[in-house]
Every structure is written in structure tokens, then in C-alpha cells.
Ligand binder design. Structure first.
Ligand code: ADP
Ligand code: MG
Length: 259
């Protein structure tokens, strides 16, 4: 059974896309079958996976509006070793068009239904907003992973996100859980980061991934080459951190399966 995980945080620039692409490549390198879905009109996960946003005849837009099914929409991210549902600017229109549709929160869930037999993990890279696209992701997902930069305002924003997750759970998706909070762009020497990190642990306990993703320039450079850090510079601290995070995620899954 595929586990569908929404990578979400309504703030922009907090490391969602970096986490989505690098986790996808890391899980794939560990032998998992992975589908990465780009659900942000900016299409950064698409470019970062080495797929050009130009000239795509079908994208996640067509999937959401039921104009194409999943097999017709996915492409192969060769270097990363995973499948990708790409996105481009078209997706910005989907939000508006979906408002008119029946069952608008369930469009993504319906599109995935019956099409996930090929995968162990489906990762959804969410847009930086608690909008209808994110609601679709949270309705389709089994779990959420929240990338967090350990800054002062991060904790404030987190309360809004957790409330949204609670609402979705109550109204649309009773099985939704938080799989984890991952601390990204982490700087050990920063005492504020340490403090926020302690607060996160106090609040989320074991849901905080042990893996710390450091601030690492290789993670920022890799997307411009259309590569995950693992393919760009395998030995870099960033690549190794996401590999470690992938292992941690797989172990959590195993733990749940066995009791
Ligand atoms: P989001 O998807 O939440 O908007 P991104 O993953 O695009 O965030 O990250 C925002 C910016 O920060 C990008 O330029 C990205 O390359 C950079 N970045 C993300 N994580 C790291 C990291 N651990 N170290 C260095 N740069 C990072
Ligand atoms: Mg992004």
C-alpha cells in the first residue's frame, strides 16, 4: 500500500520543495517506488527534478480537473529514479475553476484512487498557502510532513497549520496524521534555533524527526542542475541528511506496521 504524504507549510521558502525532491530521490535510492506530485503553480519540484515546465502537454492541472488520468500525466524523473506529476502556471487557474466543481476537496483523492499500486510512497509538494490545492492534498493524504525553519515566527504559523489539519481531519479525512516535523536549514550555532527546536520537541515529541537538515549550499545549487542533492553531490551534508531522513521515515513505517 502506498503511503501518501503531503509536504506542507503555508509559509513560502521554508524548504518544502527541497524536502519533497530530496526525500523522493533518497527513498528511491533506498529501493522504494516513489511518485512525487508537484502541487505548486511555481513548478519548482518539476524543474528541480530535471523536467522542463515548458511544453508539457499534461500536468497536475489536467489531473485535478479530470481531463487526464494519472498514467497519462506522470513522467519519469530519470536522474532521481522516481515518477513525477509535473506542474506549471496552468495550476494557478485550477484553484479558481475548482471552486465551481462538486466535491472540489476530493479531486486529488479521486485522481489517485486505484492508481497507486506501483508505489510505496507518494509525496505531494504543496503550495505556500492553506488554499484549495492544499486542502486537496490534505484530503488525499494519509499523513503530513511539516518542514520547519527554527525561527521565531515559525511557531506562530505552525498553530494555523495544525488547526487546518485538525479541521480537515474532522470534516474530510478522519485518518489524517502528522508523520513528522523536520527541522531544515538548521544552524546549530544559533541559540534561537536551539530554543525553537526545544519548543518543537516539547510540543510534537517523537513526531520531530531526529534528522536535522543543515543549511547546505549544495541543496540550494542542485535544483539549478535539475538534480536532487544525492545526484549532484552525494557526499554533501545536505544529501546525506535527506538520506538519513528517508531511512528514519521508512523505519517509522516499519514500526507502525509491526505494532
Ligand atoms: P518552499 O518550497 O517551502 O518555498 P524551498 O524548498 O523552495 O522552499 O526553499 C527555499 C529556498 O531555500 C530555495 O532557494 C532552496 O534552494 C533553499 N534551501 C532550502 N533548504 C535549504 C537548506 N537546507 N540549505 C540551504 N538552502 C536551502
Ligand atoms: Mg516550494
Amino acid at each position: 500500500m502506498a503511503r501518501v504524504i503531503a509536504i506542507t507549510n503555508q509559509k513560502g521558502g521554508v524548504g518544502k520543495t527541497t524536502t519533497a525532491v530530496n526525500l523522493a530521490a533518497s527513498l528511491a535510492s533506498l529501493g522504494s517506488r516513489v511518485l512525487l506530485m508537484d502541487l505548486d503553480p511555481q513548478g519548482n519540484a518539476t524543474t528541480g527534478s530535471g523536467v522542463s515546465k515548458q511544453g508539457l502537454s499534461r500536468t497536475v492541472y489536467h489531473l485535478l480537473l479530470a481531463q487526464a488520468d494519472l498514467p497519462a500525466t506522470r513522467v519519469r524523473a530519470e536522474s532521481g529514479g522516481f515518477d513525477l506529476i509535473p506542474a506549471n502556471r496552468d495550476l494557478a487557474g485550477a484553484e479558481v475553476e475548482l471552486v465551481e466543481e462538486k466535491q472540489r476537496e476530493f479531486r486529488l483523492k479521486s485522481a489517485l484512487a486505484g492508481n497507486l499500486g506501483d508505489y510505496d510512497y507518494v509525496l505531494i509538494d504543496c503550495p505556500p498557502a492553506l488554499n484549495l490545492l492544499t486542502v486537496n492534498a490534505l484530503t488525499a493524504a494519509d499523513a503530513v510532513i511539516i518542514p520547519m525553519q527554527c525561527e521565531y515566527f515559525a511557531i506562530e504559523g505552525l498553530a494555523d497549520l495544525v488547526n487546518t489539519i485538525k479541521k480537515i481531519k474532522a470534516r474530510l479525512n478522519p485518518g489524517l496524521v502528522i508523520d513528522g516535523v523536520v527541522r531544515v536549514m538548521f544552524d546549530n550555532r544559533n541559540t534561537l534555533a536551539q530554543h525553537v527546536s526545544d519548543q518543537l520537541k516539547a510540543h510534537f515529541g517523537a513526531k520531530v524527526f531526529d534528522t536535522l537538515v543543515p543549511r547546505n549550499v549544495r541543496l540550494a545549487e542542485a535544483p539549478s542542475h535539475g538534480l536532487a542533492a544525492l545526484q549532484y553531490d552525494r557526499g554533501s551534508r545536505g544529501a546525506q541528511a535527506y538520506l538519513q531522513m528517508a531511512k528514519e521515515l521508512m523505519e517509522k513505517q516499519e514500526g507502525k506496521r509491526h505494532g
